[in-house]
Design a protein around this ligand. Structure first.
Ligand code: SF4
Length: 419
């Protein structure tokens, strides 16, 4: 077993794939379900947590936990309690770690709040999207702004001091003025963190169909850029720092869990369709509910897995090997090559306003970034699409670079002979 000091920091994500009703733009893995179906899923989650238990205990120290979805508050409070209790049979963190739960207005009860406190949740991420009721209705959200206010007030009264509010730009019917009003309304509530993403019309959603039929009218690209600039201006004027393209926080309130993703730290996703970057592998759990429950559902059924050598995971390889060998079905499983790791480090890292550290690049990959990208880097710096920190260790996207970020990032794709 590794000593506490040598353990690898890990972020844990737990997916709850249930919602009261699908929003019209949503392509996340979530659906409505009966309480019986939800309990069967929770049983499978607990089974999967057991499956990873030994590996995690021996080699990892928990850095952050994030229960997301879907809508975690669609579960009964007792079901959330079961998840929290299992978590603490695996880890008892030495100190208070960031523990986020997503919640949707209209689904948060006093029972949920009590359980959140009991299991150690200390950060809430609330999906609001807009403060205008017509816009919420256009998105097919189940709640009104007034219901959001009620949930927010309850959470504050219960002592939650770290709350994120999710907003959305480019909603059908939204104007610069209505978006400005949403931002101002939310700023008046003084949340610790705000994120604002532009609507993306995803294939397979009702919005996609409406767009095909010419029935979806959304703000044009210029308006989108204006909303983006407005977000940055208003939020910065009110004491929020943009630390990622779409995320803003008060000092010290950046989301550590999401930073793990952007900094390419290790994370393990538990639950249906959950994605992981773990022990050098990138994988995704099956998206088929039936297969997921068959594999992890009743713990007794794990015997079929055990007989194949996955009973006592002495190290991370044994647990991961069950996925690698197909004993546990996955949606995708791959060992990232050096080239993919290098590219991802750059692509994900440049989403953050502080960008990437060239010395860290050297330490991780044994490669000099300036040499590797000599022509590209000079040209992007010259065009002011990238900038470098005073000590020349970090490079980051400028405002102009963010506007054309896809083009800039494409410059960092590596050919096989470049590594
Ligand atoms: S609440 Fe979130 S996850 Fe659920 S349907 Fe709406 S957008 Fe999708």
């Amino acid at each position: 077993m590794k000593s506490k000091r040598d353990r690898i920091p890990l972020s844990l994500y737990i997916h709850i794939p249930f919602c009261v009703k699908k929003c019209l733009y949503c392509d996340f893995l979530s659906a409505n379900a009966s309480n019986k179906q939800k309990q069967a899923y929770v049983d499978a989650l607990l089974g999967e947590m057991d499956f990873w238990k030994e590996t995690l205990r021996k080699q990892y120290s928990l850095k952050t936990v994030f229960i997301g979805g879907g809508t975690p508050t669609c579960l009964m409070p007792e079901q959330l309690l079961q998840i929290g209790a299992k978590l603490f049979t695996i880890w008892k963190p030495d100190k208070e770690i960031e523990f986020t739960m997503e919640a949707n207005p209209g689904t948060i009860t006093a029972g949920h709040i009590q359980v959140m406190k009991e299991i150690g949740v200390n950060r809430i991420s609330l999906g609001l999207q807009s403060a205008q009721n017509e816009e919420l209705a256009a998105l097919g959200r189940i709640h009104t702004f007034e219901e959001f206010l009620q949930s927010y007030g309850r959470l504050r009264e219960s002592g939650f001091r770290n709350i994120n509010i999710d907003l959305m730009a480019d909603i059908p019917g939204q104007t610069i003025e209505s978006y400005r009003q949403t931002l101002k309304t939310v700023l008046a509530l003084k949340p610790e963190h705000i994120s604002s993403y532009s609507l993306i019309v995803e294939e397979g959603t009702p919005f996609y169909k409406m767009q095909e039929e010419g029935l979806l009218i959304i703000p044009d690209e210029d308006t989108d850029r204006e909303m983006y600039a407005l977000t940055k201006k208003l939020l910065q004027e009110n004491g929020y720092t943009r630390y990622e393209i779409s995320n803003y926080a008060r000092e010290g309130r950046e989301c550590l869990h999401n930073l793990t993703y952007w900094q390419m730290g290790e994370y393990l996703g538990i639950g249906l369709g959950a994605a992981s970057y773990f022990s050098g592998y990138r994988f995704q759990n099956t998206r088929q509910m039936e297969a997921y429950q068959r594999q992890f559902g009743e713990f007794g059924k794990m015997k079929s897995v055990n007989s194949n050598g996955c009973q006592n995971q002495a190290n991370s390889l044994e647990a991961v090997d069950c996925l690698k060998e197909g004993i546990i079905e996955t949606e995708a499983f791959e060992k990232l090559g050096k080239r993919e790791e290098m590219e991802e480090f750059v692509f994900l890292g440049l989403r953050m306003m502080e960008g990437i550290s060239l010395s860290e690049y050297q330490n991780r990959f044994g490669v000099d970034f300036r040499e590797q990208y000599s022509g590209v880097l000079e040209s992007l710096l010259e065009k002011s699409l990238l900038a470098e920190s005073r000590n020349h260790d970090r490079i980051y996207l400028t405002s102009r670079g963010i506007d054309v970020s896809n083009r800039v990032l494409a410059e960092f794709l590596l050919a096989d002979n470049e590594i």
